[in-house]
Ligand binder design. Structure first.
Ligand SMILES: [Zn+2]
Length: 54
């Protein structure tokens, strides 16, 4: 399986690259809102996915 990164924009406007297969919640580095939740395989993205990287 290919792993990749997602560029996600938080509601606060911060953009962050998130690994698509995470094992713990990833929070926005600017406002600390959760941006992605682990879901066994692919992450559930809470913000807006701007781009899929590699
Ligand atoms: Zn934020």
């Amino acid at each position: 399986m290919l792993s990749n990164f997602l560029k996600v924009q938080c509601e606060c406007g911060n953009e962050q690259n998130i690994f698509s297969h995470i094992t713990s919640v990833v929070k926005c580095s600017a406002c600390n809102e959760p941006l992605a939740y682990p879901a066994g395989g692919k992450a559930i993205i809470h913000g807006k996915v701007i781009e899929e990287l590699g």
